[in-house]
Design a protein around this ligand. Structure first.
Ligand code: DHB
Length: 484
């Protein structure tokens, strides 16, 4: 599994490059505070300037995370071009390092754990400016208070976008061509950034941290396996996995896709089976309320048993996935749930496919009755570490849990904002064996965006687990196309 390399470097006050006697200097200066670096990408040397550890707000809460690293190809200071771009036209690649809704420090281009150049290094070699923001996360504490609970992660990313917008004329590249990228919780906040550009809901939070006065909308979104639409993810999960009564669960601290995972096997208890049945039953009402339309213009719906055209569409994504794999020459003969005729996958046994994927989470998968999930932890507040964010689980709480603020639940869900988003280009991926969330969740996001007239590139790559940045060639072809 790939992803951003772990950034374990602890940033301390003395490492901050824009600190002055009167606070943080938020005017970017290309001529100061950089080091020149080189790397090799596909046999080609890439030289770039690294401007690191820049605090992007006037009143940071945690300087270990509220910083941005900016990387600019050296050629842009010599009036030269790199690939398709020059200092005037270069888009800005904006990858976050968020995983598991944990804090994520500003990233650095390098080689991934697979030894290959990561997305940021490939971006530089293709002439992109790289701006990698850090953001607070759910486990942070300061002076006895929690400082990184929702909506801190999205507030910080917006503040970083504002920094780039504000400094557009001081820096090579186009701040009106920011393309956000992230995986898992990072994919979710990448989508959220695209959905909520310039929304006033976040204004008080941005003010509080001294964010710059500037736009915070971006140009395009890339999201891998977004763990999003959290307040509907419990029901979507049980709609898909209700029949699967055994599980291989990850430990809570292992939620983050960046970290090697340890699994514990188990069987659902009677209570859990009963909750699964309840949650499964609740999904069709939500799905039908969205009034999603399929490619043929007809509504995608579900009956009370969870069957219908929406389910057929989900099955179709898996069939399309298998066909794409087949076209690439991958042997699929071992998968007896597939019907292959004349070199084409024509059918897939949905129940068998779901059983083959297996269940990874126990009900409630995202908001659990014992407040044990990373998402419960994300929805805590300054003084309460974990909270519920769905009515059903609140009612069934075994630990007398309390409910998160409704406005904050909304601020974490792109579905509540996309109708007002001006972002046209969206690329969403969710692996065909990813069971960290139901495929229904990214599919709902993608279909809703399509229905709103956006240009959406959505697919579920075959045999791909919960991971990101695994198809950089295709990602950069897409990015080059949408910025043109
Ligand atoms: C991540 C994974 C999860 O299963 C989840 O619920 C939230 C986040 C992650 O890898 O970021």
């Amino acid at each position: 599994q790939m992803g951003a390399p772990m950034n374990k470097k602890v940033i301390t006050e003395d490492m901050i490059t824009n600190k002055t006697e009167n606070g943080y200097n938020l005017n970017f200066d290309v001529n100061k505070n950089y080091t020149t670096k080189t790397a090799t990408v596909n046999g080609k040397t890439v030289t770039y300037r690294a401007y690191e550890n820049i605090v992007y707000v006037a009143k940071p809460v945690d300087i270990a995370y509220q910083t941005i690293n900016i990387y600019i190809p050296e050629e842009y200071f010599k009036n030269k071009s790199v690939g398709k771009y020059n200092a005037k036209s270069a888009p800005i690649f904006f990858p976050n390092t968020v995983g598991g809704y944990m804090p994520g420090a500003a990233g650095m281009p390098g080689n991934g754990r697979d030894g290959k150049p990561d997305a940021s290094l490939v971006a530089l070699s293709n002439g992109y400016i790289v701006a990698s923001p850090g953001a607070r996360g759910r486990t942070l504490e300061k002076d006895g208070k929690y400082t990184g609970k929702a909506p801190a992660v999205i507030v910080d990313l917006k503040a970083a976008v504002r920094y780039l917008r504000y400094n557009d004329t001081r820096m090579p590249g186009r701040a009106d061509r920011i393309i956000s990228n992230g995986t898992s919780a990072g994919g979710a906040v990448s989508a959220l950034l695209g959905a909520t550009g310039n929304s006033r809901d976040y204004e008080p939070y941005l003010k509080e941290i001294g964010a710059l006065n500037a736009r915070d909308d971006i140009y395009a979104v890339s999201a891998y396996c977004p763990i999003t639409n959290l307040d509907n993810a419990n029901t979507a999960y049980e709609w898909m996995f209700n029949d699967v009564k055994t599980y291989k669960k990850i430990e809570i601290s292992m939620l983050d896709y960046n970290v090697e995972r340890k699994y514990t096997e188990g069987t659902l208890t009677d209570d859990e089976i009963s909750r699964s049945n309840d949650l499964k039953k609740m999904f069709p009402a939500y799905l039908n309320s969205l009034k999603l339309k399929g490619k043929n213009g007809k509504f995608l719906t579900l009956d009370e048993n969870g069957n219908g055209s929406f389910k057929d569409q989900i099955k179709q994504y898996y069939i399309d996935s298998a066909n794409t794999a087949l076209k690439k020459g991958i042997d699929l003969s071992e998968f007896e749930f597939l019907t292959i005729k004349n070199g084409k996958v024509v059918d897939l046994d949905y129940d068998k496919y779901v059983a083959y994927m297996g269940r990874q989470k126990t009900p409630g998968a995202f908001d659990n009755v014992d407040l044990s999930t990373g998402e419960n932890n994300e929805f805590g507040d300054e003084t309460t570490n974990n909270k519920h964010f769905t009515e059903y689980t609140l009612e069934h709480s075994t630990v007398n849990g309390t409910m998160a603020d409704k406005k904050i639940i909304k601020m974490m869900n792109p579905m509540d904002y996309i109708a007002n988003s001006k972002v046209k280009y969206w690329r969403i991926r969710h692996g065909a064996i990813d069971k960290d969330t139901s495929l229904a969740i990214p599919a709902i996001l993608a279909i809703k965006l399509e229905n709103l007239g956006k240009k959406v590139d959505f697919a579920s790559p075959w045999a791909t687990p919960h991971s990101g940045d695994y198809d950089l060639d295709e990602l950069f072809i897409w990015m080059d196309k949408v910025v043109a």
